[in-house]
Every structure is written in C-alpha cells, then in structure tokens.
Design a protein around this ligand. Structure first.
Ligand code: PGA
Length: 266
C-alpha cells in the first residue's frame, strides 16, 4: 500500500503567529479517522515550533524546505540533515523547481542532499525522508522531452544512492521504496493557476513509475504526489486518479479552509 500524503509547502510565507495559527486550525479540523498523512513544510525558522505542535498526533508530520548537502562544519547559513532530523522533522523537500531555478540547484546537488538525508544507520524512521520534486518546463513538454527530462532528474538524483545499494546490499532499495516520496510538479503549473489535466498527470505518473523500474526500484511501491496549482476545486478530481497518491500544495496550503477541504477529499 502506498502512502497518501497532503503536504503544504509554505515557501517564504507566514510570520510565526500566522503559521502557528494555521497549524492549530488545520489540526483542529482534522477528522478523527484521518486517512491521509498531513505534512507541514514551513520555513526553517518555524519548523521546530510547528513540529512540536504535531508531536503525538497520528499522521501529522513536518518537512523542511531544503537541507545542506554538507554533513557539518564551517558552512555559514546552512542547516544539516542531522539538525533537521534532530528537531523531529520527518521529511525534506529536495529539488523543488524554485530551488533549481532561483538558486541554481543541479541534479548533482540534489543527489548530494539525498545522500546527506539518507546517510547514517538505523531504519526508515531514523532518516530524513526525501520528497524529491521533479518536473518539466513548458518548452520541454512542447519539444516532447518530458520522459528524457524526468529520467535525467530521477537517475541523477538517485545516482550515488544506487552506488550505496550495491555496496550495502538490498536493504537500501527497500528503504528507498518505503522512505522516498516523489512529487511530480510540472514547472508550468506551479503558482500559475494552470493545473495539468488528469490525462497528463496519469500519463506522467505512469511514466515515472516505469522510469523508477528502469533504474532498479519498484515504481508501484513508491508514492507519487502531484503538485502545481492544486486547489479545492480541482483536488477531488485529481485524487480519484489511481496513480496520484497525494499532493504537494503551495498557495492553497496557506489558507486553512482551502487546505482542509483538500485533505478531507481523501
Ligand atoms: P502551487 O505550488 O500549489 O502554489 O502551484 C506548488 C509547489 O510549489 O509545490
């Protein structure tokens, strides 16, 4: 069974009281038999406090929006995977298109961050689980380059992880399957109000599962979220799609009513 997740990426929004009120309201509106995992993705500065509010709640977790590729040391302004894990966050967003576009993050950087999140002993629960964001630009879609782009993003992001697989036997493959989440976010749909159609999303999620199979994982076992202008008007139709395991939501996650309507569709 793949995990269903609705993650709210606040990006660089919300002051402390705004963020904490939002979390409080969202938690209060969660149904007692909540089926879907809700993940708050606040800025680093709010993460500790938000995480504290989610402690002891079933299926409510937090993620950081980024992490350093370095383990520790003299890297002013950076925050390590261990620090994020230490305050209790479960996930880290990796490779968000805004990081790629505005901060020149490459697949190689993302790969190093993936390794930083996954390195260290223990079980899946002990790790910072990557939510790996991938997606094509409009130009790439028009030029029929979706598969090429996604394949490059996936294989390069997992590159050294595959290497770890070989050196540390099979348990890491299982770890990846249990612990890594993919978020398909076509760049042209992020923050634009233009959602990908159900047909595009289905085709692309199936393509991603096939690529995951090609690079040595079982694509059927990995959760794939859709992201890009998800809102309460389109979420119901999209969550009905078999290959959509949840959403990564930007704008609509900043409004308690919009966000709670979306997770209530599950
Ligand atoms: P959006 O953002 O929902 O505002 O389009 C999605 C994202 O950036 O993850």
């Amino acid at each position: 069974m793949r995990k269903n997740i609705v993650a709210g990426n606040w990006k660089m929004n919300l002051k402390r009281d705004e963020g904490l009120n939002l979390v409080n309201d969202v938690i209060n509106l969660l149904p007692s038999d909540n089926e879907v995992e809700v993940v708050f993705v606040p800025s680093f500065i709010h993460l500790y406090k938000v995480n504290k509010m989610c402690l002891n709640l079933d299926k409510v977790n937090t993620a950081s929006q980024n992490v350093s590729k370095e383990e520790r040391g003299a890297f002013t302004g950076e925050i390590s995977a261990k620090m994020v894990k230490d305050i209790g966050a479960s996930y880290v967003l990796l490779g968000h298109s805004e990081r790629r576009q505005y901060f020149n993050e490459t697949n190689e950087d993302i790969n190093l961050k993936m390794i930083a999140a996954l390195t260290g002993g223990g079980t899946v629960k002990d790790k910072l689980r990557p939510i790996l964001c991938i997606g094509e630009s409009l130009e790439e879609r028009k030029a029929n380059l979706v598969e090429t782009t996604l394949k490059k993003q996936l294989s390069e992001s997992f590159k050294n992880v595959e290497f770890l697989n070989r050196s540390k036997a099979t348990s890491l493959i299982k770890y990846i399957q249990d612990g890594v989440i993919i978020a398909y976010e076509p760049i042209w749909a992020i923050g634009t109000g233009e959602t990908a159609t159900s047909k595009i999303i289905t085709e692309t999620h199936q393509m991603i599962r096939k690529i995951l199979n090609d690079i040595g994982f079982d694509g059927q076992k990995i959760s794939i979220l859709y992201g890009g202008s998800v809102n309460r008007n389109n979420a119901k139709e999209l969550i009905a799609l078999e290959d959509v395991d949840g959403f990564l939501i930007g704008g609509a996650s900043l409004d308690v009513e919009h966000f709670s309507d979306i997770y209530n569709f599950f």
